[in-house]
Design a binder for this molecule. Structure first.
Ligand code: NAP
Length: 294
């Protein structure tokens, strides 16, 4: 397929490379042009601007946050202005339920199609083409882009015909991951201060009742205090908890744990954690207990 790809950060670069590997013709755009040029060796065409990346059957956005997606989509010369009738905007960024709803409406008004396709998996998973893709949108549009989603992920879950449902699932998933990170940080600090080795403790957890990727991946990062370089940056994690709380407010669903996580992220950022991985909230409990070396 002829496809545009906008946003070549930690996640987008690997996703675009896998679209190329699968044989699609990909025109890439990134605000910082050097990241687009890095994909030329893989066969990408570099777009001069956003509109240049909107000439194909579909265009992906994999951008940091709501503000970036709004900038690229809704301003003059953006995706909404330039995408052909019937062409599909595939939004893979983790954005708010509210923005997803607005984009769906705006694209429908312009006779274009919009699907939400947020992903689970960190940058190394994106590079390997092994993401889990959660999709929502009208079935014909979802079917039309299935080959693209197959190229970036190991499995696609179609959850609803209304795009915002996929964003809600993605946000709820990140809420769960952040909850696990916080709980692991607290439990590890407790046993470690009591004299038990953190790595041995993690081995016991992941060999028994907690044999899941989320415990293995984040448990190792917390045990090693390996919060740099960031795979998923702390400010983006904070953004996700903010969006979870906003969705809870809209739906009148109290989320006391999410409120706690919000404060944990604020603590991390206030203490200079802007550049760290979001798993660094899992290091706060050790600091609070006077345990950490870093
Ligand atoms: N990292 C993960 O593990 C992970 C996993 C699943 C989902 N996500 C989600 O995927 C999205 C991308 O994450 P990432 O880790 O790839 O982030 P990232 O490395 O920080 O990349 C962000 C991208 O957004 C662009 N951008 C930021 N603000 C912009 C603006 N105002 N206008 C135009 N472009 C702008 C950046 O361009 P520049 O290069 O010019 O800065 C870059 O291409 C986020 O929504 C994140 O929550 C991340």
């Amino acid at each position: 397929m002829e496809v545009g790809f906008i946003g070549l950060g930690r996640m987008g670069a690997g996703m675009a490379a896998n679209l190329l590997k699968a044989g699609h013709h990909v025109t890439v755009y990134n605000r910082t042009r050097a990241k687009a040029e890095a994909l030329v060796a893989d066969g990408a065409k570099v777009a001069a601007d956003v509109s240049d990346a909107c000439r194909g059957d579909a265009v992906f956005t994999m951008l940091a946050n709501d503000e970036a997606v709004e900038n690229v989509t809704l301003t003059a010369g953006g995706i909404l202005d330039r995408l052909a009738p019937g062409a599909i905007h595939i939004s893979s960024s983790t954005i708010s339920v509210g923005l997803s709803e607005r984009l769906a409406r705006a694209h429908a008004d312009a006779a274009q199609r919009f699907i939400a396709a947020p992903v689970f998996g960190r940058p190394e998973v994106a590079r390997a083409g092994n993401l889990f893709v959660v999709v929502a949108g009208v079935p014909e549009a979802v079917e039309a882009v299935a080959p693209l989603l197959d190229a970036i992920g190991q499995k696609t879950f179609v959850v609803a015909a209304t795009p915002k449902a996929a964003n809600l699932v993605k946000l709820s998933g990140n809420f769960l991951i952040a909850s696990v990170i916080e709980a692991l940080g607290e439990a590890m600090t407790l046993v470690n201060k009591g004299g038990v080795d953190k790595r041995q403790y993690l081995d016991i957890l992941t060999s028994t009742l907690f044999d899941a990727p989320v415990y293995k991946t984040y448990g190792a990062l917390i045990a090693e205090e390996k919060f740099e370089p960031a795979g998923f940056a702390a400010p983006l994690g904070q953004k996700d908890i903010r969006l979870v709380l906003a969705a809870g407010e809209d739906l009148r669903v109290p989320l006391p744990l999410a409120s706690l996580l919000r404060d944990r992220f604020l603590t991390l950022l206030a203490r200079g954690g802007e550049e760290l991985d979001w798993s660094a909230i899992g290091g706060l409990a050790a600091k609070d207990a006077g345990m950490t070396t870093k």
